[in-house]
Ligand binder design. Structure first.
Ligand code: ATP
Ligand code: MG
Length: 429
């Protein structure tokens, strides 16, 4: 195929054989969030570039080198969203739904775009489920977010393969004091830092903590710790969070180097990480961002949220073979009809059955065909049963009912009794 007709590197089709697992995952999360009282919000995929610069921070990997930014026909600078929090904050402000301290518990799902180096678990179009809570400032809600994801890992059967890492970044004042101490320490070791870290030391020193460079990591061993600079309020908040996680029995590891890639976090930050996916180990990440709404032009409004990467979680389900059996079968019953008259009767019968059993996955053969070819298609569909309408069945107003996966002989069922019969033998999802 010529190059121009291929998908863009790092942007993937999700093929029909993969979508059942995606839908299972998305459905499981959506049900869980419903049950905890979160409401879905849908934002546009494209926003003014300024939105991301203002919220994510100019000196971050995302804004510096990962955004898909272009000029539209009006000459406006637009960007394909690299994450969801900025647009979500913009939306709640624009519609005034967090005004007067109104609590909002929101979630969203959809594609995000970052120009990164594509590799396993890292793509240029990827998908997130994200969640944001506004106007609750206590550690109880931070804990709820973590408890909810913990339940999700349990439902998905991957709890043993993920680990919770936790840190507190303090308020912006205490972070400021810490930043000064860190800069002083790192400046004294300037020559031992890698080039990226030398640059970050000037622009965004906390991000140096995030380095993958071994020499810089060695320098960081004796660096000042954020925990020693935490203000009393942040310390109490962090203790409150840990007490709640302890109460529910959720294990965690404190990681003082966890700073997250975006500028807007304060107090709690956390990541769920796994060693099952190689280098791309973070499956869900988030934290508190009490200053963000104000920074974006709103009234001071506490906020906390997280986002999980769907590709990475789907990969995990595959790697750990946690794929429920039900999702691989997509057809319950396959109807074969032979001849024009039987096809017409079959169509009407299928619709009557669907009226009575709205959840039945009934596929009607299309494209006619011989006995042999229709049975082959019925079998290949994965259906449990074939329904057969030929001349004999038409004459007697019955349908042949044939188990395709072992159990039992073919029998004849009266048209009127078909739905009731199917109800007894097909477990409906
Ligand atoms: P990473 O450290 O892996 O680059 P990040 O800190 O940039 O992640 P966030 O912005 O916090 O990621 O996004 C939340 C989640 O979205 C990540 O934990 C990950 O699961 C997923 N994610 C982020 N970037 C990508 C990507 N390029 N491809 C696939 N999933 C991604
Ligand atoms: Mg990243």
């Amino acid at each position: 195929m010529s190059k121009s007709l291929q998908a863009i590197r790092g942007m993937n089709d999700i093929l029909p054989e993969q979508t059942p697992l995606w839908r299972y995952f998305e459905g499981t999360v959506a049900r869980l969030l419903d049950n905890y009282g979160y409401k879905q919000i849908r934002m546009p995929i494209v926003e003014f570039t300024e939105l991301f610069k203002r919220s994510i921070g100019e000196v971050t990997d995302i804004v510096e080198k990962e955004m898909y930014t272009f000029e539209d026909r009006n000459g406006d600078s637009l960007t394909l969203r690299p994450e969801g929090t900025a647009a979500c904050v913009r939306a709640v402000l624009e519609h005034g739904i967090t005004g007067g301290g109104q609590v909002q518990k929101l979630w969203y799902i959809g594609p995000m775009f970052r120009h990164e180096r594509p590799q396993k678990g890292r793509y240029r179009q990827f998908h997130q489920i994200g969640l944001e809570v506004f106007n609750l400032d206590g550690p109880d809600i931070d804990a709820e977010l973590i408890i909810m994801t913990w339940r999700l890992w349990g439902e998905l059967g991957i709890r043993d393969a993920v680990k919770l890492e936790l840190n507190s970044l303090g308020t912006s004042e205490s972070r400021g004091r810490y930043r000064e101490a860190l800069v002083e320490y790192l400046s004294a070791h300037h020559d031992k830092l890698d080039e990226d870290s030398q640059r970050r030391l000037k622009t965004n020193p906390l991000r140096v903590l995030d380095t993958k460079n071994a020499d810089t990591q060695a320098v960081l061993v004796d660096a000042p710790k954020m925990a020693d600079y935490l203000d009393d309020e942040s310390r109490a908040h962090f203790e409150g969070l840990k007490a709640r996680l302890d109460a529910v029995g959720i294990p965690y590891v404190l990681n003082p180097k966890l700073v997250r890639g975006l500028d807007y976090y304060s107090k709690t930050v956390f990541e769920w990480v796994t060693h099952k996916l190689g280098a791309q180990g973070t499956v869900c990440a988030g934290g508190r961002y009490d200053g963000l709404v104000e920074q974006m032009g709103g009234k001071p409004t506490p906020g906390v949220g997280f986002a999980m990467g769907i590709e990475r979680l789907v990969l995990m389900l595959e790697t750990l073979e946690q794929i429920p059996e039900e999702i691989s079968r997509q057809v319950d019953v396959y109807l074969c009809a032979f001849g024009e008259e039987a096809e017409l009767a079959g169509l009407a019968l299928a619709e009557r059955v669907r009226d009575q059993l709205p959840n039945l996955r009934l596929q009607v053969n299309a494209g006619a065909g011989s006995f042999k070819s229709q049975f082959k298609k019925a079998d290949k569909s994965g259906a449990l049963y074939a329904l057969i309408l030929g001349d004999d069945e038409m004459a007697q107003q019955v349908v042949g009912f044939k188990p395709l996966r072992g159990q039992g002989e073919q029998q004849s069922i009266a048209w009127d009794a078909l739905a009731a019969h199917l109800a007894t033998c097909v477990v409906q999802g």
